[in-house]
Write a protein that binds this ligand. Sequence first.
Ligand SMILES: [Zn+2]
Length: 229
Amino acid sequence: MIRETVRSWWIIAWILPLVVLSAASAKEASHEASGGIAADQVLKMLLDGNKQYAAGKLTHPNSTPQRRQQLVAGQHPLAIILSCSDSRVPPEIIFDQGLGDLFVVRVAGNVVDNLALGSIEYAAEHLGVPLIVVLGHEKCGAITAAVEGGGKAPGHIEAVVKALRPAVEKVKDKPGDKVENAIKANIELIVEQLKTSRPILAELVKDGKLMIVGARYDLDTGLVEIINQ
Ligand SMILES: [Zn+2]
């Protein structure tokens, strides 16, 4: 009898901490999956930060050594930004964000291939990031090359130009500035490509866990305008 009681206590002493621990980690996991803040709130935060930047009033949040230390344990970025590699369009600066805030994929012309898509899927699915911003910009050199260049572009630049041709083709008969029209068409096409991307992104959008918007950055004013939501 005494032996039985001692054995029961031993079992409780071992099992209880395990139950408490696994409950704690489940809570942590659900917090990650929810992304913490809703997508529309995140978008508002980014646009507010952009207004600060455009007005020359950057606040440089989350840039301290303390923030750096906090992030050693893990990242919980607010948004995924797919932007052009153009040196005039750095996402952390134009949205006035800091360390650990943005998960950024940059490629000339803000197009996606499988590597870029895999990176985006990782952030959306694994890190639970609730918002993707496809960020095109005024006077994009990659899109200008796709609009104006005849024939094949040199080296691997052709891969970028080729990815941009559907946007150029879509607006070729549209009146107005051909480059500007293609910039907007490209943003819209990439948003659509991500929204319908299977199996991961399309499912997250369908379940209401992911919002994908298109935006255009104006080099003159510094303002980001949402053009596709
Ligand atoms: Zn560009």
